[in-house]
Ligand binder design. Structure first.
Ligand SMILES: [Zn+2]
Length: 54
């Protein structure tokens, strides 16, 4: 996977589970893994106290 922020490689383990948090070693951004079948996406994990706007 590539970091959406800085395009660095992020190692995702084959047995990584959806919802797992991975961090980019280059820029330190945190992402949540979203698995959809064989597709794996990185969703930005918001760790700051932001309102999710429900
Ligand atoms: Zn990065």
């Amino acid at each position: 996977m590539k970091c959406p922020e800085c395009d660095a490689d992020i190692a995702i383990q084959d047995d990584a589970m959806s919802g797992e948090i991975v961090s980019c070693a280059e820029c330190g951004a945190d992402y949540e893994l979203a698995k959809n079948g064989s597709d794996v996406e990185l969703k930005k994990a918001e760790t700051v106290g932001e309102d999710w706007g429900e």
